[in-house]
Design a protein around this ligand. Structure first.
Ligand SMILES: Cc1cc2nc3c(=O)[nH]c(=O)nc-3n(C[C@H](O)[C@H](O)[C@H](O)COP(=O)(O)OP(=O)(O)OC[C@H]3O[C@@H](n4cnc5c(N)ncnc54)[C@H](O)[C@@H]3O)c2cc1C
Length: 514
């Protein structure tokens, strides 16, 4: 426990994930005095790194969407000072995906991708064009909807259907239904769904609106990676906040918030820090936020919604330092998706049940996109599969997480799972196991330990059709409390940052202009 200390600011932000940093960055930019309180010792939440003997390991980011010129994230990165401090480079080719024996490398430019698809599936050439045209129309509707809303126009549900028909249709169906209107070959359906892991759900469950928007963003404005990794991006936002007089405190977990006359007046941390503020923005999950404040301060409807919010899947990540330069040997893929066959629903079922021999997995080689992450002649190779929280009864602990990292059953399960991913990758990269000089493994329990992530969810709540239609509002029932991050804005780093901007705009409107 540290010395008791009290700070007084305009806005207090709980959590320095990209949702919290986005909110704090925008509030500081508007001239408000902000304080960010973070449990971990570094900023970023999932957008962070760790180091081992000359290797720098990206914890999460594979590909950032919208970060390039013309992309939807680009203005936010500019506003928050990231582009002044960090070079963001395009990943080209975007990725390679393997389904059994079939392999496709996806070029960064859409016309070339479409050519590749049509060459592999000539009988579906017209369907491929019509699918991507439909995706473009959804993105067009969403862009128009955003412009209309920012100019103050409001539409009734009926008018929404008339004004934005493609958006309305896509957000009310699954990606599987949406793509089946245009293409029928199940192999092609699997190929165009290769990025399903980015959403944590298979085509039958994920919102077609969300999937279409992400595909449109990645294929028209590119997939990007910041030099220095996502940690560089998080640090850049923190520097901007500090430069504007803000405060960022690490190693402090917010344990409670004080409510007076229906408004929050202060938060308190496990280190004895008290922050008093006019507005509070939580980057923690809604359920964790309720626990900090006390359920008695929320209405029954909100609590029922929070309790029924199922977390998205978590992850199993194997971080390897190799004593060889894979890129120099010809392994040129930044991301390589590996599926044992064309049945994405079966891949998901395997993933969700912890069957890591069959789960969809991705192999990422960071050495090209992030020069300097490995010593010369070495590589950083990361293998990842989505993973369930409640695998082998919460990874061998029976739910008693204290001291989990020394629990022999946890170690057995985690290493067994990691070995399966390494063996599968080793079939593509001969001699992989022999070239490992560093090996670390992250599980859902790791995500709780470092990022307090609810059940290790990496995308907040599940991104189903229903949840996308009924997005959680950044406004909480307490008038000076707001929510930011994947649980409200949707999974992914761009969406988390954007949700922070939204929360800042609403919370900032309650503050005296800075
Ligand atoms: C392995 C992996 C790969 C991924 N790949 C990609 C990718 O390629 N592209 C992409 O866009 N996204 C990717 N993602 C998803 C993306 O990283 C997340 O969806 C996003 O970063 C979530 O941001 P957030 O702000 O909502 O939450 P988080 O990053 O979880 O941040 C929440 C923060 O709040 C802090 N906090 C919570 N409670 C408290 C408290 N009580 N007191 C103090 N602090 C608290 C936590 O410590 C944490 O720092 C990946 C994620 C993982 C794990």
């Amino acid at each position: 426990m540290g010395e008791a200390e009290t700070l007084r600011v305009d806005a207090a932000v709980i959590g320095a994930g990209l949702g919290g940093l986005g909110a704090a960055g925008y509030l500081a930019r508007a001239g408000h005095e902000v304080a960010v309180i973070e449990h971990h010792t570094v900023p970023g939440g999932y957008a962070h790194e760790f180091k081992r003997r000359g290797f720098r390991f990206e914890v999460a980011l594979h590909a950032l969407d919208g970060a390039g010129p013309g992309g939807w994230l680009h203005p936010m990165l500019d506003d928050l000072g990231v582009l002044d401090r960090v070079e963001v480079t395009q990943i080209d080719p975007f990725y390679t995906a393997r389904f059994g024996e079939f392999e496709i490398t996806v070029p960064a430019r859409l016309p070339e991708y479409l050519r590749e698809l049509k060459a592999a599936f000539p009988a579906e050439a017209d369907g491929i064009d019509s699918l991507f045209a439909a995706i473009g129309r959804v993105a067009g509707d969403v862009a128009r909807y955003g412009e209309d809303r920012s100019s103050g126009a409001k539409a009734t549900p009926m008018e929404m259907l008339e004004r934005y028909p493609d958006m309305a249709a896509a957000f009310s169906q699954s990606w599987r239904t949406f793509m089946a209107i245009h293409i029928s070959d199940p192999r092609l359906q699997a190929v165009v769904s290769a990025l399903w892991g980015y959403f944590g759900l298979p085509p039958s469950q994920v919102s077609a609106g969300l999937f279409s928007l992400a595909l449109h963003s990645y294929h028209t404005t590119g997939a990007w990676y910041p030099k220095g990794g996502s940690q560089a991006m998080s640090r850049a936002i923190v520097e901007g906040i500090l430069q504007r007089g803000g405060t960022v405190r690490f190693g402090n977990r917010v344990t409670s918030m004080e409510v007076v006359d229906g408004r929050i007046v202060a938060l308190e941390t496990d280190r004895g820090l008290r922050i008093e503020a006019d507005v509070f923005i939580s980057n923690a999950s809604p359920s964790a936020t309720v626990a900090m404040i006390g359920p008695e301060h929320f209405d029954a409807g909100f609590l029922t919604g929070v309790e029924s919010d199922l977390p998205a899947l978590s992850n199993l990540v194997v971080y390897l330092g190799l004593d060889r330069d894979l890129a120099a040997e010809g392994w040129v893929h930044h991301e390589y998706f590996l599926a044992e066959g064309y049945d994405v629903e079966a891949d998901y079922a395997a993933t969700a049940s912890g069957d890591f021999s069959n789960a969809g997995m991705v192999i990422a080689n960071y050495t090209d996109a992030d020069p300097g992450c490995a010593p010369d002649g070495h590589s950083v190779l990361v293998m990842m599969s989505l993973a369930p929280w409640d695998y082998a009864n919460v990874w061998g602990t029976g739910g008693a997480l204290a001291g989990y990292s020394d629990n022999p059953e946890y170690l057995r399960l985690k290493n067994e799972a990691a070995d399966l991913l390494i063996d599968r990758a080793g079939r593509l990269i001969p001699g992989l196991r022999e070239s490992i000089v560093i090996r670390e493994v992250g599980t859902p329990l790791t995500d709780v330990r470092y990022g307090l992530a609810q059940e290790g969810s990496i995308y907040g709540r599940r991104q189903t059709v229903e949840n996308l239609l009924n997005r959680r509002s950044p406004r909480a029932p307490i008038p000076n409390l707001f929510l930011a991050g994947a649980w409200v804005g949707g999974g992914g780093m761009s969406a988390a940052l954007s949700s922070g901007r939204t929360a800042a705009a609403i919370a900032g409107s309650l503050l005296t202009p800075g």
